[in-house]
Design a protein around this ligand. Structure first.
Ligand code: PHE
Ligand code: FE
Length: 296
């Protein structure tokens, strides 16, 4: 089922929104754009305003990351990466959409930066993935605090070419709207974090990354897939939704799936009883093994 988007948005997007996880500071990005930001927080990708330096930053990020993927990124990601098109400049979102829509009926839409929960979930439920259109400055080449166009496009969009994964993300959006009405967004957000952002998958030839936060990071790819420090546990819903996460360092634990179909099926049931069960259970710090657990 597709949930309609604009009707649920009550904020005035010309004001910079307060976004989950960044409430101590306003999100980066220009939310006014001379009135060009719509009620659902989407806006035109201002392609003409990218400078030669911006395109060059994208090209260098892409080139560096693409050489590191072999043996670390999952097959679905590597197969779909060329579908982003050009790698020597920031792609036009419409060009990506021509291919993405044909593959899985998903689209990408430009946004000025992080957006609030409800419009975010509404877009996903509508098979629209919000992609930040600005790019980091050269001095932020190795690390940025907020997602930019490189993280969103390179990290997330290739995975949306996989049918089962793409269906999972739509269903996550629908589940997010429900979680919002049940006051359970913090728990559900952990599942997004440990799957869409930092998920690992067990392929026949070994562990691989499918999470965008790993795939777009120069250092975390190796740490997540091969590093000796982090724990790797099979993905279980309650375990993942109880586990806090780090936003300012590599993850101390990752959760592993065997297939995107498994992920899709795992999340099919109604989460309402899970959220109820979670209220009685304490959070678990990142990087902690419970009795009886062992890292994969
Ligand atoms: N099935 C979940 C619910 O009923 C929603 C969900 C779907 C959550 C996909 C995560 C991923 O709330
Ligand atoms: Fe992301």
């Amino acid at each position: 089922m597709v949930t309609s988007t604009a009707a649920t948005v009550t904020l005035t997007p010309v004001e910079t929104p307060t976004v989950y996880g960044a409430s101590d500071r306003p999100p980066r990005g220009d939310y006014s754009r001379g009135g060009a930001v719509h009620l659902d927080y989407t806006c035109p990708q201002d392609w003409a305003s990218y400078t030669a330096a911006d395109h060059d930053t994208y090209r260098r990020l892409y080139e560096r990351q693409a050489t590191k993927l072999s043996g670390l990124a999952c097959d679905a990601f590597i197969a779909a990466l060329p579908s982003l098109g050009v790698s020597d400049r920031i792609p036009r979102f419409e060009e990506v959409n021509d291919r993405l829509y044909k593959a899985t009926r998903w689209e990408i839409v430009a946004v000025p930066g992080l957006i609030p929960e409800v419009p975010f979930f509404s877009l996903l439920a509508d098979r629209k993935f919000p992609v930040t259109d600005w790019i980091r400055k050269p001095e932020e080449f190795d690390y940025i605090v907020e997602p930019d166009v490189f993280h969103d496009l390179f990290g997330h969009v290739p995975m949306l070419f996989d049918t089962a994964f793409a269906d999972y993300v739509q269903r996550y959006g629908e589940g997010g709207l429900k979680a919002h009405s049940l006051g359970a967004c913090e728990k559900l957000a952990r599942l997004y974090w440990y799957s869409v952002e930092f998920g690992l998958i067990r392929q026949p030839d070994g562990l691989r990354a499918y999470g965008a936060g790993i795939l777009s990071s120069v250092g975390e790819l190796e740490h997540a897939v091969r590093g000796t420090e982090p724990y790797r546990l099979p993905l279980k819903l309650l375990r993942a939704m109880r586990t806090r996460y780090k936003i300012d360092s590599y993850q101390a634990n990752y959760f592993v799936i065997d297939s995107f179909t498994q992920l899709f099926e795992l999340t099919a049931p109604d989460f309402t009883p899970l959220y109820r069960a979670l209220t009685g259970q304490p959070d678990i710090d990142a990087g902690v093994l419970l009795p009886g657990e062992s890292s994969l």
